[in-house]
Design a protein around this ligand. Structure first.
Ligand code: NAD
Length: 390
């Protein structure tokens, strides 16, 4: 395997992911699952004591736990090549992505950053400029692109199995903001409803970007116009907690997107459907190992990631056939792919196949343009075409 030619695990540092955080621990598990990464340093919190606590729990050497990401980047850059970090994962709230991402890239580290790319389009573009000048790898963790059957959908849409595409339908519905928990000290809710930390979009930035990206990722199409209706149902909220949207894609393809954080009864209700002249295919995150595929005029069939039939692209099974895999494995797939890409780069080899399925900086900037366009379309109560959203 190409990765093994590097002869060692990659060394990871982390910004964010301190005590009580949501996604940092998921990144750490995902990085370990395929045994290609080793967590070596962290500015897990802006509070040095809390950062050190996470360091103790994750067996990071005390001298490599920092209370300021600036210090981490400076001190880690100065280490000898044999112990220096290869990449830095950024898992802070949205407004704290650009600072560490740009500093890490400029210091020569690869970056694995969570979505949305930033809190503002200007920050997103500044990160993109740093990726360009540094030549480093930048990975954006759009989690659901790591699912084998999402990649299978992508392969089918691209191979023409569905015929000429007609309709996309994507949903990401949650209910955790149905009550105003941001007023009750809920850490994750508090920053998500705050424009200064979340950005111009609430739900549309937090999970609408996942939904928007899923449709683009699987179809290979970029929306050319959108019409969005953003609502804030939670009392006193200034950012949206629900979004309905119509989309137009090239070739007459029509799309619909619903993202909500007030949809009582929905946990992480992600559904994606692609419907073409020759067939349709649907995926539901609750049953992530299967796809429902229907050829026009025929009975629906269930494709299983481990069963006969088309095999998901760029997918290495971790468990025996028909043992279920899920969210953590999907996240791990992104870390495994990132490891392949970064290891190839470190060895001076050509970009491996894994690079093809991995979301990157362009996806992040596109996501931030999408958020800005959705907010503006909703404000104007009008369709916006791509030329209006940059
Ligand atoms: P969180 O509030 O749970 O955790 C944020 C962490 O960042 C905390 O540990 C906090 O101490 C730390 N932090 C804040 N300021 C810091 C600083 N200056 N230096 C170092 N650490 C600092 O947030 P979360 O819900 O885990 O979200 C973090 C990011 O991940 C957000 O951008 C969010 O959109 C994204 N996210 C992505 C997914 C996904 O499916 N890919 C899921 C959840 C969250």
């Amino acid at each position: 395997m190409a990765f093994a030619e590097l002869g060692r695990r990659l060394r990871l540092g982390m910004v964010g992911g301190g005590p009580g955080s949501l996604i940092g621990p998921v990144h750490r598990v995902a990085a370990r699952l395929d045994d290609r990464w080793e967590l070596c340093a962290g500015a897990f919190s802006s509070n040095a004591e809390r950062s050190a606590r996470t360091g103790r729990e994750t067996f990071v050497a005390p001298e490599r736990c920092y209370g300021r990401w600036e210090e981490m980047i400076e001190r880690e850059q100065a280490r000898p090549a044999g112990s220096r970090l290869d990449a830095i994962a950024i898992v802070t709230p949205n407004h704290l992505h650009a600072g560490p991402a740009i500093a890490a890239l400029d210091a020569g580290f690869h970056v694995i950053c969570d979505k949305p790319l930033a809190a503002t389009l200007a920050d997103a573009e500044a990160i993109a400029a740093a990726v360009e000048r540094s030549g480093r790898t930048f990975v954006l963790t759009h989690t659901y692109t790591g699912y084998p059957m999402v990649r299978q959908m992508r392969a089918m849409a691209r191979a023409g199995t569905l015929g000429r595409l007609r309709v996309t339908h994507v949903q990401y519905a949650q209910d955790w903001l149905a009550k105003p928990i941001e007023k009750q000290g809920h850490a994750q809710a508090a920053w998500r409803v705050d424009p200064a930390r979340s950005g111009a979009g609430g739900c549309v930035g937090d999970i609408g970007t996942h939904a928007f990206h899923l449709a683009a990722y699987t179809t290979g199409l970029q929306a050319e116009a959108i019409c969005a209706d953003l609502s804030a149902f939670g009392e006193g909220r200034v950012l949206d907690d629900n979004v309905h949207m119509l989309l137009r894609y090239p070739g007459g393809v029509r799309g619909m997107l619903w993202a909500s954080q007030v949809a009582t009864g929905k946990g992480n209700g992600i559904r994606l459907g692609l419907y073409g002249e020759a067939g349709g295919v649907e995926w539901f995150q609750e049953q992530p190992n299967q796809l429902r595929y229907t050829a026009v005029g025929e009975a629906p069939v269930i494709l299983d990631r481990a069963g006969p039939g088309p095999v998901a692209a760029a997918y290495a099974p971790r468990t025996a056939p028909f043992h279920p895999e899920g969210y953590l494995e999907a996240f791990a797939q992104l870390y495994a792919d990132a490891a392949e890409v970064i290891a190839a780069r470190e060895r001076g080899a050509d970009a491996p196949e894994a690079a093809d399925g991995l979301p990157g900086i362009a996806d992040g900037v596109e996501g931030m343009r999408f958020v800005a366009a959705a907010v503006e379309s909703s404000r104007r109560q009008a369709w916006l075409s791509r030329k209006d959203w940059g």
